[in-house]
Design a protein around this ligand. Sequence first.
Ligand SMILES: [Zn+2]
Length: 79
Amino acid sequence: MNVDPALMEILACPCPAHATLHPGTAADPEADALTCAVCGRSFPVMDGIPVLLLDEVLPGTGPGTTDGVDGGGSRLDSG
Ligand SMILES: [Zn+2]
């Protein structure tokens, strides 16, 4: 990852939270990407230039990407 530190300070996620971005992805901290601290979306970095477009979000990142998630909640078996 090679993004200007000064640039990092002013970058913000295009999501409604406009949260700060962290280098790398959740799966690979060394990846050429930036990950939002709030929504979890990861954006690619092309030639040192972050592509902060919701259309360019890396697959498998961000909200609502879980597949086959459990029902959640508590399940009590009485008997
Ligand atoms: Zn975000």
